[in-house]
Ligand binder design. Structure first.
Ligand code: ADP
Length: 405
């Protein structure tokens, strides 16, 4: 197949549909936006052409199909649209949360793939149904245009059994696919590929720890350019302390609360996914790192404790991954916190002195959202901020699959 240019990236959530259109000749973003509150009477379309102000308008979007109609209308709008006709869009890449064991790499969507995504509904109950709805909306509106599914779990499928197994009865684990899958794979992959260029090392020889710190946070131990271990598990709940998720806790907390508070599976799910993490302990009323850092600076004791817990857990995993990898080439920060919070990065790096990390405080302080080295010239271990770009990674994967056919 000849080469293609315009690739649309769709990230369909339970009540939202985010999109971004790329020109792959130059890998430039042409426009982006979101339809929010799908299914609600107050649905809203946000559209932003690259280099222009964003605009927002109320729309009728009772389902993802209707939402996608509005996106398409915006893309071809004669005032600030970016294509003359939808036929210019040659492929669509979809973010799909859970690929289970079936998908290790992105795939061209067909009936069997949709069936497999459906099979993973139990593993990603909030996301996978919405992801599939987004795919079906595109299939219907843009007939004949190839759709590619890019799985959040895909990049992590190289983990060995010692990383992904849970020590629970094998028969149960096998019956339900209970194991570590890992998430943010697209981000960890993008950052890893960029790090290979930054560190001037072939990907196959690159050993790094990638820290995707955002509302949801995960680390990955990258060995020879591939994932050796990651902090998220069967679901995105395991691992680091996050905005509203607890991360690691003793599972016995669940049995205890079930007995003492009469909480059922759904209540515990909501508690640990939506009402825990920084939100539950910072005393700021949010799980947002900016609010947390402001409260720490204002001398709030709860906030300081929450910040220290976040840093402690992150350092703990970085140290563990450094030991597992043996020799590492560097540490990389990405995600909203990793790219912007010099306070969080500074506190983490200060506690990594034992690994040979020496922070360049000035560089750290002035780095917000751009590619930069934040360790000092004499640091034994380099530390970099590499802004992630999951949408571009999805567009690249989509381009690769569609042009390889
Ligand atoms: P998501 O996981 O939803 O994609 P993001 O990667 O956007 O989240 O990260 C959101 C987090 O990044 C929030 O905790 C927010 O406070 C933090 N963040 C964003 N900008 C800054 C900033 N300038 N300084 C500190 N933290 C920031």
């Amino acid at each position: 197949m000849a080469t293609i240019d315009k690739v649309l990236v769709v990230n369909s959530g339970s009540s939202s549909l985010k999109y971004m259109l790329f020109s792959m000749k130059t890998e430039t973003m042409l426009c982006k936006g979101i339809v929010e509150r799908i299914g609600d009477a107050n649905a809203n379309l946000v559209y932003q052409k690259a280099g222009c102000e964003k605009r927002s308008s109320a729309v009728k979007a009772l389902n993802h199909g209707q939402a996608f109609e509005h996106v398409c209308a915006a893309l071809v709008n004669k005032d600030d649209g970016v294509v003359k006709s939808l036929s210019e869009i040659e492929a669509v890449g979809h973010r799909v949360l859970h690929g289970g064991l079936e998908f290790t790499t992105p795939v061209l969507v067909n009936a069997a793939v949709k069936k497999a995504i459906r099979k993973c509904f139990d593993l990603g109950p909030l996301h996978n149904p919405a992801n599939l709805t987004g795919i079906e909306a595109c299939e219907k509106k843009m007939k004949g245009v190839p759709n590619v599914a890019v799985f959040d779990t895909g990049f992590h499928m190289t983990m060995p059994a010692e990383s992904y197994m849970y020590a629970i009865p094998r028969q149960l684990a096998k019956k339900y696919g209970l194991r570590k899958y890992g998430f943010h794979g697209t981000s960890h992959k993008y950052v890893t590929e960029t790090a290979a260029k930054v560190f001037k090392k072939p990907l196959a020889k690159l050993n790094i720890i990638t820290c995707h710190l955002g509302n949801g946070s995960s680390l990955a131990a990258i060995k020879g350019g591939k994932v050796f271990d990651t902090t998220m598990g069967l679901t995105p709940l395991q691992g680091l302390v996050m905005g509203t998720r607890s991360g690691d806790i003793d599972p016995a907390v669940c049995f205890f609360l079930a007995k003492k508070e009469g909480m059922d599976a759904e209540a515990l799910d909501t508690l640990l996914n939506k009402k825990s993490g920084l939100l539950s302990i910072a005393g700021t009323g949010t799980g947002d790192m900016r609010d947390l850092c402001a409260a720490v600076k204002a001398g709030k004791a709860d906030a300081k404790e929450a910040f220290d817990l976040f840093v402690h857990r992150t350092v703990l995993y970085i140290g563990g991954y450094a030991a597992l990898l043996g020799k590492i080439d560097g540490i990389v920060f990405a995600g909203g916190i990793g790219e912007n919070s010099d306070d969080a990065r500074g506190a983490i790096c200060e506690r990594l002195a034992g690994l040979g990390v020496k922070l360049d405080k000035k560089a750290n302080k002035s780095t917000h959202g751009q590619l930069a080295k934040i360790s000092s010239a004499d640091s034994k271990l380099p530390v970099w901020v590499i802004p992630t770009n999951e949408e571009l990674m999805i567009a690249r994967e989509t381009f690769r699959i569609v042009t390889a056919k």
